[in-house]
Design a protein around this ligand. Structure first.
Ligand SMILES: Cc1cc2nc3c(=O)[nH]c(=O)nc-3n(C[C@H](O)[C@H](O)[C@H](O)COP(=O)(O)OP(=O)(O)OC[C@H]3O[C@@H](n4cnc5c(N)ncnc54)[C@H](O)[C@@H]3O)c2cc1C
Length: 370
């Protein structure tokens, strides 16, 4: 028997508490919905990449403006992923309409005419009026929404990502105060995207900042398959620091010395030396639908774009805001109206996100390898 949790009126279950799940929860709660968010990992903050929080569309709705301010802290620039996540988490903690459950891996989702629900690995059953998949590029909720085409497909390349404290690289290589915040040096058939972001305490003072870098690499597909990160045409997991073979790190150091100017050479070498580096195989997914009945997809569960487009976060924010604006119209919490609101969300977002993924596919087709 499942242990069932209390049901509430106008209640939403969200699977996944990364950036899109948190933004969707905040946006829905502000329209009067009660939200429970289920996250498979523990509460330790995520680290690794940098994120452009100001890219993409002009924010048309008040909800989108609000979310962008909450996520960016008013800094319209490139940010460490962990900084954005901690701002959103802090906001969630102040909202009595939101409950966030860590260490809950959702195993199945389903629905009937009255409700949708998720069952976790702890055999708890969470029921709500709607269920939202914000569970990323390997979404299990997508299997319910798009059973005929549930998987994002490996795009044929990976990105090595890391963030380095500026104080950990030699002073002579640290960027000037007025250095461009984003830099994109070309390599030898590859390239690097470097970002100068504020320190963990928000400081932008010289010596206190951080250097985030993403090295686009299309020569490691054999390694990704050997390590089980990619199987067939599916991405299974990232190549985490402890698992990167020593020989690969030595080769990366040599290649970095042949390719990158300062401060990126110092930053990459520091990351490699300290094994503060993750390899992320890149996948893509063009959706044919975003909803099925009471179940809805947002963020990378809905659409997976190349990170080069720098618009995955932005599209996630627009998904969250649009869904909340549609659900706000459902004053009475009546089932028929919920379904209309969900259909409206799909009508407003589907063509836009399909176009966003497809425009990035041109890059992946030229850069990606079999
Ligand atoms: C290297 C890299 C760089 C990027 N750079 C940019 C950029 O510069 N600009 C930009 O706009 N976008 C960028 N993106 C994309 C952007 O980060 C995402 O589109 C955005 O953060 C939304 O992600 P998400 O919350 O939908 O999914 P994710 O961040 O993948 O989160 C999914 C969450 O769901 C949880 N989860 C998964 N399965 C389950 C389950 N069964 N049960 C419970 N929980 C589950 C996971 O633990 C995770 O917390 C980048 C992506 C990558 C990989």
């Amino acid at each position: 028997m499942y242990q069932s949790t209390i049901e509430t009126n106008k209640s939403a279950i969200i699977v996944g508490a990364s950036l899109c799940g948190l933004m969707t929860g905040l946006a829905l709660a502000r329209t009067g919905w009660n939200v429970r968010i289920l996250e498979r990992t523990g509460s330790n903050p995520r680290s690794g990449a940098c994120l452009q929080v100001d890219s993409g569309d002009f924010d048309r709705s008040e909800t989108a403006k609000l979310l962008r301010n909450l996520a960016s802290g008013g800094i319209r620039s490139v940010e460490a992923w962990s900084s954005v996540q901690s701002r959103l988490r802090a906001e969630i903690e102040t909202d009595p309409r939101i409950e966030l459950y860590y260490d809950r891996r959702v195993e199945t989702v389903d629905q009937d005419s009255d409700a949708a629900w998720a069952v976790t690995d702890k055999k708890e059953l969470f029921r709500g009026d709607i269920l939202i998949g914000a569970d990323g590029h390997r979404s299990i909720v997508r299997r319910h929404v798009a059973p005929d085409r549930p998987n994002a497909i490996f795009a044929g390349y990976m990105i090595w990502v890391a963030i380095v404290d500026e104080k950990d690289i030699p002073e002579k290589y640290r960027p000037a105060l007025n250095a461009p915040v984003v830099d994109m040096p070309s390599g030898i058939g590859d390239f690097l995207l470097g970002s100068i972001v504020s320190g963990a305490d928000g400081s932008r003072a010289p010596g206190e900042r951080r250097l985030g870098w993403a090295w686009y690499d299309n020569t490691r597909n054999k390694l990704l398959r050997q390590m089980g990160c990619v199987k067939g045409n599916l991405v299974h997991h990232s190549l985490n620091a402890p698992d990167i073979p020593e020989a690969t790190l030595i080769e990366l150091s040599r290649q970095a010395m042949e390719r990158w100017p300062q401060p990126w050479l110092a930053a990459t070498l520091q990351s490699i030396k300290t094994r503060n580096i993750t390899g992320i195989p890149i996948a893509e997914y063009v959706p044919d639908q975003l909803t099925n009945g009471r179940i809805v997809l947002v963020g990378d569960a809905a659409h997976v774009l190349t990170p080069l487009s720098a618009s995955g976060f932005n599209n996630s924010l627009q998904d969250a805001a649009t869904l909340a604006d549609c659900m706000a119209k459902d004053i009475g919490g009546n089932g028929a109206t919920i379904k209309e609101a969900i259909s409206e969300y799909e009508a407003l977002r589907l063509n836009h996100v399909r176009g966003a993924v497809q425009s990035g596919q041109a890059f992946s087709r030229s850069f990606g390898r079999k």
